[in-house]
Unconditional design. Sequence first.
Lengths: 340, 127
Amino acid sequence: MSKLKYRIIPEGMLEGKYIPITAVFIDYADVKACGLTKREACEKIAAEIPGPAGLNMFDMTATTTNSNGLMLDGGMLCIAASDYGKINKDFGYMEMVEIPYSEELIKEEPHLKQWEKNFPGRKLYMGPDPNKKIIPIHNAVLTGRAGNNNSGTEMMHYINMEELLLPITGQLEIMRDGNLELGGTGGVISVGIGMVVGEEYGRIVPRRQWKCGKTAHNSQEYAQYLKSHIPIIASDKSELAKATIKALEAGMIPGRDIGASPSILSVARHMGIKPDMENIEENAFIELASIGCTKEWMTEDVEKLSVEEIIERAHEIIPGIEEPKRYKASDLVQVKYLEV
Amino acid sequence: MKLMHTKLPEFIRKMKKIAATLGSEYKECDVVGLENLKTAKMQSNRTGRIERAVEDIVKHDDVHKVEVAVIPRIPESMHSCIIRGFDKDGKPVHAILETINILHPTEDVLIHDCPDVIDRRPSIGKH
């Protein structure tokens, strides 16, 4: 018998925030050590959870991208949704596709220039293959009351219809036993996650439907309200600052190569990096201005800070998250072991 | 085409008739999930299979009532949304077409506490 390790945030109240379904985080290295397939591991863990749950599995030796095109330390391999201890055979499980490196890919998706510079040799996983995935539009899996959407970053309960936002940066912090912030998503992040990059196998939107500089929300002043009421478990802002700095130091320009989100713009300002104002479309400017990131704010000269100072002052520099509280991952996430 | 597709009211009537007549006693049958459809043509061969399923359920002595719930097989459905404005005489005068994609619970919410479940559906993509 082997013991399969997994991390879990149970359904219910968490430090004053309602978690609508149980969230599970699994390391593929632990799954391999137990001699299980990815699906088998999800099914065995699901069998331990009577209520609705979302399950995400990671390869921490791989890389992925977030909505804004930042490349990150770690990638997601598959997602599942379970309820009553089971995973729906047709719609409850989905794997992400490994994306091979090519010059053509880098040309079409210039944010991936980070790959060779920051994560050379790593496998890249984003979303599922849009031609093979199981439902037409959303990158989602569903079982009973549980939904695990947007490639594992948005979990929802289909009866009470409550939702939880789990940005990939926060989930990777959970996998590293790092530092988290818990709060309300708020208007700034609601706008920021719409500043996407074009990706053929995007974790949220496939087929390069939007180019960098456009807004996926395309909702003008209403974009700030799209996700604002939802609880969020995100990475500590100092960790987000590190990932952002890494991308900016690799030559990524906000609004041209990576999304001009408030968090990226905020860090870039203090590094003296200007966004590509010509490439950002007017609808994106309207959404950004609605939460205070005006054109003047983006281009004004502010105090230039060292990388260390930006990381140190990340909570003051990076906006977003309503009433945030900071935690060690171990304060919010339980570690469990299952005999398999 | 009459033999290929069944009218919606007839589909509902057939289910209620089987429940009422083929059990050991009169049994009620509710058809739910089609309330937003006023008219529709239902696959006739599948109507027959569903009639058979109602018969098989109603013949159990421990069954006192039957429900036929019709939900989307794919738990994400794509819809057109037609927004119409009417004048004081009830005549449509303005319309805008939009689209909305809806995620909804799978069948598991209806069968999770049922001890006897037989899945007679063909796999996705086969009819």
